[in-house]
Design a protein around this ligand. Structure first.
Ligand SMILES: CC(C)(COP(=O)(O)OP(=O)(O)OC[C@H]1O[C@@H](n2cnc3c(N)ncnc32)[C@H](O)[C@@H]1OP(=O)(O)O)[C@@H](O)C(=O)NCCC(=O)NCCS
Length: 208
């Protein structure tokens, strides 16, 4: 295997959707849960590339992207862009109420509702110290071989160059493997919800 990390490019977009779906069920394949195989990537994958490709990296193996890390440096600005640019056409494409015959699972229903939820209504306190957020997903073929770590360090270096003070992420409590990975990479818990956690990692000392 000769996996290498590089900045994402436009021709990676279909792979972002594919990887997002195949790792979307708390790290496992979510294909069986979706009538529309693009839906997950519409929210958690592609927008990051169109918003700021300089914070999107892929792990390529034999010419094919097999994993990615995607981030936005200022979550507040990203959410504003989502509201103004990315979500309006999607809200027309996936109207609410959505036809029942196009909903394969409660997870797919949840995603449709998510598209219609305002992203500008609340700002958690931790955003000031951890303004960036990220998503990282690797297909099983390249998991457990240090590639996630390489992707993470590539992104953290890019955030450091922008003097970003910290980064956060959300994960399902059932994704214990990812939790172990993040803890190993120095992330700690910022918030605990019933089904999911918010973790964060500081990049520079934060003033008390
Ligand atoms: C979670 C994920 C990103 C981790 O990437 P990875 O390439 O598998 O992890 P790495 O091999 O780079 O491991 C990095 C470090 O974390 C540790 N680690 C990884 N998985 C671990 C586990 N299950 N338990 C304990 N430690 C673990 C490794 O031992 C390694 O430590 P080291 O540097 O001391 O050797 C990857 O497995 C993945 O994409 N999973 C599916 C999608 C997913 O769950 N994404 C996260 C959604 S929130």
């Amino acid at each position: 295997m000769a996996v290498f990390i590089r900045p994402a490019c436009g021709s990676d977009i279909p792979y972002l959707y594919e990887i997002c779906l195949k790792t979307g069920d708390s790290g496992k394949d979510a294909s069986g849960l979706f009538h529309d195989p693009l839906l997950l990537g519409q929210y958690y994958g592609a927008p990051y590339f169109f918003y700021d490709p300089s914070l999107c990296f892929v792990a390529e193996d034999q010419g094919i992207p097999q994993g990615y890390i995607l981030a936005a440096a200022e979550t507040r600005d990203f959410n504003r862009w989502m509201e103004q640019v990315w979500l309006p056409p999607l809200r027309r494409r996936y109207p609410e109420p959505y036809p029942r015959e196009r909903i394969k699972s409660p997870f797919e229903q949840h995603l449709v509702l998510l598209l219609h939820q305002s992203l500008e209504s609340s700002e958690p306190g931790y955003w000031s110290s951890y303004p960036a957020h990220l998503h990282i997903d690797l297909l099983p073929a390249i998991q457990g071989q240090g590639v996630g770590k390489m992707l993470m360090h590539t992104l953290l270096d890019a955030l450091d160059r922008r003097n970003c003070p910290g980064v956060h992420l959300g994960l399902s409590k059932s994704n214990t493997r990812a939790l172990a990975f993040y803890q190993k990479e120095g992330f700690s818990e910022l918030q605990a919800h019933e089904l999911w956690l918010v973790l964060g990692k500081s990049r520079v000392p934060i003033a008390p």
